[in-house]
Design a protein around this ligand. Structure first.
Ligand code: KOT
Length: 833
């Protein structure tokens, strides 16, 4: 672990943060100028929201200067760039991030203080940019941060949702969804680019024609056309040199097909089409890891892919005209899961129907352009579209998909002559009662590289999901383990720990996270342990304050802060955590002197609005919390908190305060996880299964510094093969039985017996698909080890320090370097200041 790892070289091209571009006086003047000239107010009248906007505007001036220089530099160097296609970018707040990356945070703090304003309060004014559901969207945000930091030419392409992920309220214990309106009072970061508007076709029919050369030509006569309006969000790299963009498309009516109606006096009817067009980018689908098969969702996907491809091709043509021969030298497109997979047939359509390239040439370009990241193995998340739906919305694309498949099937026939079973498995078309188009297969076939997001996940992608594709193209499937940006997830969110680290090892670690290993020599140092744990304690006090404000509950800050934060899903097993909490509660009631260190269990989770059991689990957590927190027999030792509306900005407050990180998914189900990395980086000790990136975290921090429990991937497979029966555990394990039966009484829901019964029944007789009961004892034992370890203050401090020290591998700079080396083949472009 002492040798210079690959990760430590990751950011070698990145620029070190320089002296700030503005001094305090200049920044003060800029903020006040914007208060006057942009917001039309003054220092006496301005509220925090106005101060926030003025501060953003002042910072944005510098951001835009960087953007101009970057774009000039990329243009003159005719750089190859990665185009990151993602239906989600979960950016969170930008002001603090941009100030940190420009090395202006301290300056801004001083400037505002002199103006009598608290920067902390100002930062709280910013709504989260929540244009994503969870891991997949936040990964995209971390990646574009790293790309800019490492000075890579890159652009993110996505959807300018008017409403991001819903705001969660908890009413009487239950989740209520409210619309998110992140740009209601204007967003100071985004820049509208009407000069780059694109048009996208939908519906209609395909005409077959014969060209002069006797060649068959296809012409798509669309039934409607919508406009895509690009909004650019600058993405500031750490050090402030490269400023890339995130380009998000907003749909708008093109007005093209309204004229007849309009002229016939149908002014009002014409508005209906406007509304339909504008619906496309209205709202983010709130389903994480489920595929709803909704028409509007497919239209969203096509809309942003078609706009983005046109944008890319326009830029390419400006430099290279109609010469397609250099396209794949300049352009690589990364597909963030299959959500943008429709871009593959769209590029084929452009090349074959529009540019009139022959099919083979076009396919060669296509398969050198796309690379695909798989983020899940869950069958319900693998996208399939009814062929009928595609035919209606994108008739030409369906034809192209059939043609791709036809040619691919001939390849399969060559490799496995006469093997129809393999053909039907590899076919893009699933011949079920309703013909379906498998977007995963299309993505593998249309890409030159496919990656999973952690070692174990990539192994399972090869072994279980796409084994025949791996035989056919042994080089295609690979791994790139996920990462997180240490700028947001340590430097900005945990300033006290960052300052302590700076003091010990210097301030270059945000660019070279493997330097954190230098902290390991202090892991046994009493003074450093004290300092490290003092920071943790202060962060816990700060989170306790937030908990008080959000829930009214006063939590014990001497207790272990045990945190599980992630989307609510059965496979993530928040209900396993809940069962253990109930076990502790029961043990405490049965034996008031039951020996445990006080613990506060803290949850943050949103459930997809249509996922009933997930909502039931949230309800159960809240009802159990209410009971326990108000039970004087136990509440000095046990408290349970459900923090409403979990999101990026709340994560930034929770993560620095965690002692214990719950990463308890059923082995084989969590592709990687990234919250696991954020928590460990901030000195939380993981209780986790051998799943996703937990395995690699365990390798880095060492077995002494993590609590691993539960069935392994192989043991899960074996148990399922033998036939898993949860009832065996229920009848054989008195504690499990008592807990599950307890849930069915009215103990937690007075007067309403059975209100929590769905959680119990989901775990019994033919249920419990994620093996909660099978892992319960092992989990409970691991938690006892946690308890013992925490009571040994020295031991715990060492463990916490070692977690921070050994997390260097998980910087997203390393992930990006892996992509650059193994997939994108990019070179950095130095932007001169
Ligand atoms: C959602 C819908 C369809 C297909 C996949 C998803 C998906 C997967 N959404 N989030 N993920 C998560 O992606 C993260 C980043 O790679 C992983 O760390 C995490 O394990 C996935 O669950």
């Amino acid at each position: 672990k002492t040798k210079k790892s690959k990760a430590s070289q990751a950011a070698s091209t990145a620029a070190a943060p320089e002296t700030p571009k503005l001094d305090k006086g200049e920044l003060k003047a800029a903020i006040v100028r914007h208060l006057h000239c942009t917001l039309g107010t003054d220092e006496n009248k301005a509220n925090n929201h106005a101060w926030w906007k003025a501060t953003c505007a002042a910072i944005q001036e510098l951001v835009l200067e960087g953007l101009r220089k970057t774009q000039k530099s990329h243009y003159f160097n005719d750089t190859r760039a990665v185009h990151y296609f993602s239906a989600e970018f979960l950016m969170g707040r930008l002001l603090s991030n941009n100030m940190h990356n420009l090395n202006l945070f301290e300056t801004a703090n001083d400037a505002l203080t002199e103006l009598g304003i608290s920067l902390t309060d100002v930062l709280e004014e910013e709504p989260d940019m929540a244009l994503g559901n969870g891991g997949l969207g936040r990964l995209a945000a971390c990646f574009i941060d790293s790309l800019a930091t490492m000075e890579m030419p890159a652009i993110g392409y996505g959807i300018h949702y008017e409403h991001g992920l819903f705001r969660q309220e908890i009413k009487n214990g239950a989740q209520i969804e409210r619309p998110d309106s992140w740009r209601d009072y204007g967003n100071p970061w985004e820049i509208c680019r009407p000069e780059s508007i694109q048009e996208v076709s939908l519906y209609g029919y395909v005409e077959t024609k014969y060209g002069d050369n006797g060649r068959i030509q296809k012409e798509w006569h669309p039934g409607s056309i919508v406009k895509g309006v690009p909004w650019d969000i600058p993405v500031v790299g750490y050090g402030g040199k490269t400023v890339n963009v995130l380009r998000l498309w907003q749909s708008q009516s093109s007005g093209y097909f309204n004229w007849d109606v309009f002229n016939a006096g149908g002014y009002v009817d014409a508005q209906v089409e406007n509304v339909q067009a504008e619906t496309i980018s209205k709202v983010l689908y709130p389903n994480d890891e489920t595929e709803a098969g909704k028409e509007l969702r497919l239209i969203q996907q096509y809309f942003f892919c078609a706009c983005s491809l046109k944008d890319i091709i326009r830029r390419y043509k400006r430099a290279h005209g109609d010469d397609w021969s250099r396209f794949t030298d300049q352009v690589v497109i990364q597909l963030n899961d299959t959500h943008p997979a429709i871009a593959i047939p769209e590029l084929m359509r452009i090349l074959v129907d529009r540019a009139e390239l022959d099919w083979d040439k076009a396919w060669q370009i296509c398969t050198k352009t796309f690379a695909y990241t798989n983020h899940t193995l869950l069958p319900e998340a693998l996208e399939k579209w009814p062929a009928r739906m595609l035919e209606k919305i994108l008739p030409r694309h369906l034809e192209i998909i059939y043609e791709i498949n036809h040619r691919f099937m001939a390849e399969v026939e060559k490799k496995w002559p006469g093997d129809n079973a393999i053909k039907s498995k590899l076919s893009i078309i699933e011949e079920s009662s309703e013909k379906m188009v498998r977007m995963g297969n299309l993505s593998v076939i249309g890409s030159f590289r496919v990656n999973g997001v952690a070692e174990i996940h990539s192994m399972l992608v090869k072994k279980n999901l796409f084994p025949e594709f791996d035989q056919l193209w042994p080089e295609k499937l690979t791994n790139v383990t996920n990462g997180i940006t240490p700028r947001r997830w340590l430097k900005a969110c945990n300033p006290a720990l960052s300052a302590l680290i700076d003091k010990k090892i210097g301030d270059q670690w945000p660019l070279n996270l493997s330097q954190l290993t230098e902290l390991a020599v202090y892991a046994d140092n009493k003074t450093f342990q004290k300092q490290f744990m003092k920071v943790k304690q202060d962060n816990k006090v700060a989170l306790a304050q937030t908990i008080k404000e959000l829930t009214g509950l006063t939590v014990n800050t001497d207790a272990i802060f045990d945190i599980q934060i992630k989307r609510l899903h059965e496979y993530k097993r928040q209900h396993l955590n809940l069962l253990h909490i109930l076990a502790l509660y029961r043990r405490l009631l049965e034996n008031p002197s039951y020996d445990m260190h006080p613990r506060v269990f803290i949850f943050g989770a949103k459930a997809a609005p249509g996922y009933t059991l997930a909502k039931d689990i949230i309800f159960a957590i809240n009802k159990v919390a209410e009971k326990i927190n108000n039970d004087p027999r136990v509440n000095t030792k046990l408290q349970v908190v459900f923090l409403p509306n979990y999101r990026v900005s709340l994560a930034e407050k929770m993560i620095p305060a965690a002692d214990v990180s719950e990463q308890i998914s059923t082995a084989g189900k969590e592709a990687s996880g990234t919250g696991n990395m954020k928590l460990a980086l901030n000195g939380a000790v993981t209780v986790g299964t051998l799943d996703g990136a937990n395995i690699e975290i365990a390798e880095e921090v060492g077995d002494d510094n993590i609590f691993i429990f539960g069935l392994t991937v192989d043991e899960v497979a074996e148990l399922k093969r033998k036939g898993y029966s949860p009832d065996d555990y229920y009848y054989k394990n008195a504690e499990i039985k008592a807990i599950l039966d307890w849930l069915e009484t009215d103990y937690f829901t007075p007067g309403k017996p059975g209100a929590l019964a769905s959680v119990k029944h989901s775990l019994l007789s033919g249920g419990d698909p994620y093996l909660c009961l099978a892992d319960f004892d092992s989990y409970s034992a691991a938690q006892e080890q946690v308890d013992a370890a925490y009571r040994d203050k020295t031991r715990w401090a060492k463990m916490a320090i070692m977690n921070t020290a050994m997390m260097g591998k998980f910087t997203s700079d390393r992930s990006i370097k892996d992509y650059v080396d193994r997939v994108w083949n990019l070179t950095a472009c130095i932007v001169e200041n």
